[in-house]
Design a protein. Structure first.
Lengths: 353, 253
């Protein structure tokens, strides 16, 4: 298939349709609305159903209902909208249903701004709603990667019976890039014999539920969930590393910020520095294994985020005090410049020389 | 010997957790019998609420989905959009539907979702221990209106059926009661009619069922039925508030 030039939000919609998504429930919010608009036109053409819900809360609960039927279903929103959806996301995780949620992050807290941000890292990776649960969280850095991960997200959601979150940002949602739709579908997904389809008089009723009134039963369920998350931790960590061998400093950044960091890295390496980049693709499970690849020569880690510093906590956890960690970032919808990152790197290296 | 009464296949053969004298049991049976008689049990997907009937998924003998508080109409919407040919119903109480879930019920009616909703109104929050609901009557004592509901402070009780009947998409809205055997039989006919509307593809139908809560009202079951009759029915009159299947113009024009 030839490459086409597409806006990020629309490319996600097309990728979802190609991945077999036939139900989309959403609510307008900047900078994600083009996904909603794209689905309203194109999903019905593919035989699917688009519904603009009365609220973010209703949209995620419609997803909950459709996911319980075994349908491939998606919703999308942006930061404050995702906050509203957390109730439903927790129920979906508790009832172990597959679905894909897209968050085109914008500045917060509160109503915040409509410009790009990464300040939902904690909301994305710590569950987000009530209870002990995790989402599988992908943070693509280009529209092509976003498109590829839509297919992967639906497949992984089915494989693990777990909601999957695609954590983009206002940049990835709004910009245009050439993309190719050529994702490979998973072929060995489990049958959805748990779905509510009507018994047809052939089996006992199926019940979709997250309520366990008996404390011991709920604990058993939570242990089952954490065993599932342990499997995800073992098998689903993804990252990209560039130039980490012999690097004196490695930048840790994801999504749009990783591209800015990459430019800063290239500029400094042209000047004779040895800077590497570690780009988490999964935010949960956090790519801890990536840090095992780091060189003994690397004494510094620089975390770059479009927030006041959220992922840095995970870097601190995995680093276990081995290397010095610094942070640079912009927030509120301001995009960090390459020169800001370069200046910070030089400041760190000069300080330690 | 001739069998004159049997347990409906629409209910699972278990004891319910409902308090003695609570009318949820009767309403469950009416819903289950209606589904059985219409032959939709094996094509049915029910949505249970949060509240006293939170465990309804254990009692209805069909596929069930347990929703978050107030969200049953949204969950039912998701289900119905996936399975337009299956029978989808939501069973909700007054805390669930008339308070935390008003947006979801209004908009399910507004879209005329082709679903059936059974709305059980007992004028109180039962499961959490008898707090005031939007449907609690003026002067009624609850654990959060210990001196009786004061409309200056808490507003007047919300008449959900009358409100929903103003929505163009609400195809069928009727209020019934289960305080007497005659009213129970009437309620069954109305619930069955609401279900038929879905099977005919005619859109959103809701039956409000006035119900008792002897435990939290603090009166014995027979007196609770009398209290319902003497206090609830005057404020919440029984009858049909909308039947668009009988109207010439059904789009609110």
């Amino acid at each position: 298939m030839a490459k086409v030039l597409m806006k990020g939000n629309e490319a996600i919609g097309e990728a979802a349709i190609l991945a077999g998504c036939r139900f989309f429930f959403g609510y307008p919010i900047t900078p994600q609305s083009e996904l909603l608009e794209y689905m309203s036109l194109h999903l019905p053409k593919a035989g699917g159903t688009f519904l603009q819900a009365e609220s973010e809360v209703a949209a995620i609960n419609m997803v909950y209902g459709a996911a319980g039927c075994g349908a491939r279903v998606m919703t999308g929103s942006s930061s404050p909208g995702i906050a509203l959806k957390q109730e439903g996301i927790s129920y979906i995780a508790g009832a172990e249903l597959p679905c894909v949620i897209v968050n085109m992050m914008r500045g917060g807290p509160g109503l915040g701004s409509i410009q790009p941000a990464q300040s939902d890292y904690n909301q994305s990776t710590r569950g987000g709603g009530d209870g002990d649960y995790k989402l599988l969280v992908y943070a693509p850095a280009s529209i092509q990667e976003m498109v590829d991960y839509v297919q992967i997200s639906f497949d992984k959601a089915d494989q693990y019976r777990n909601p999957v979150l695609i954590a983009g940002d206002g940049v990835l949602g709004q910009m245009m890039e050439p993309v190719e739709f050529s994702s490979q579908k998973a072929t060995d997904l489990p049958a959805k014999d748990w779905a509510t389809t009507g018994t047809d008089g052939k089996r006992a009723p199926n019940v979709i539920n997250s309520l366990y009134l008996d404390a011991e039963e709920l604990e058993k369920h939570n242990i089952h969930l954490s065993e599932k998350y342990a499997k995800m931790k073992e098998n689903e960590q993804r990252w990209e590393s560039v130039g980490i061998e012999g690097a004196e400093l490695v930048i840790v950044a994801y999504g749009t910020t990783a591209r800015i960091a990459r430019s800063a890295m290239d500029n400094l390496n042209k000047q004779g520095r040895k800077i590497g980049l570690l780009r988490p693709i999964t935010l949960w499970p956090y790519p801890e294994k990536a840090f095992e690849e780091l060189d003994d020569a690397t004494k510094h880690l620089l975390v770059v985020e479009m927030s006041m510093g959220q992922m840095i906590d995970d870097v601190r956890i995995v680093n276990e005090g081995k290397r010095k960690i610094d942070f640079v970032g912009r927030s509120g919808g301001v995009i960090p410049s390459t020169s800001l990152v370069e200046e910070k790197i030089l400041e760190i290296l000069e300080r330690s020389e | 010997m001739a069998v004159i009464f049997e347990r409906t296949k629409g209910l699972t053969p278990v004891s319910t957790h409902y308090c003695p004298g609570c009318t949820h049991g009767i309403i469950h049976r009416l819903v289950a019998e209606a589904m059985e008689e219409l032959g939709v049990l094996d094509q049915a997907i029910g949505v249970a609420p949060v509240g006293c009937s939170v465990l309804a998924y254990k009692y209805f003998n069909c596929d069930m989905h347990e929703a978050a508080h107030g969200r049953a109409p949204a969950v039912a919407t998701g289900i119905k959009r996936v399975w337009p040919d299956k029978f989808v119903f939501a069973y909700q109480g007054d805390g669930d539907l008339a308070s935390i879930g008003t947006a979801e019920i209004v908009h399910a009616a507004h879209r005329s979702e082709n679903i059936s909703v059974v709305f059980v109104n007992n004028a109180i929050y039962g499961m959490t221990g008898g707090q005031m609901a939007p449907t609690t009557l003026v002067g009624q004592r609850t654990t959060t209106s210990p001196l009786g509901r004061d409309p200056k402070q808490a507003g007047f009780p919300l008449r959900i059926s009358e409100m929903l009947a103003t929505i163009p998409g609400a195809t069928f809205i009727e209020r019934v009661s289960v305080d007497t055997p005659a009213n129970v039989r009437k309620a069954k006919r109305v619930i069955k009619r609401a279900f038929e509307i879905q099977l005919e593809g005619k859109g959103f139908a809701l039956v409000e069922v006035l119900s008792t809560c002897p435990t939290n009202w603090g009166i014995e079951p027979t007196l609770a039925l009398k209290w319902l009759r003497e206090n609830m029915i005057p404020y919440y009159p029984l009858g049909n508030f909308r039947d668009a299947t009988k109207e010439e113009v059904s789009d609110g024009q």
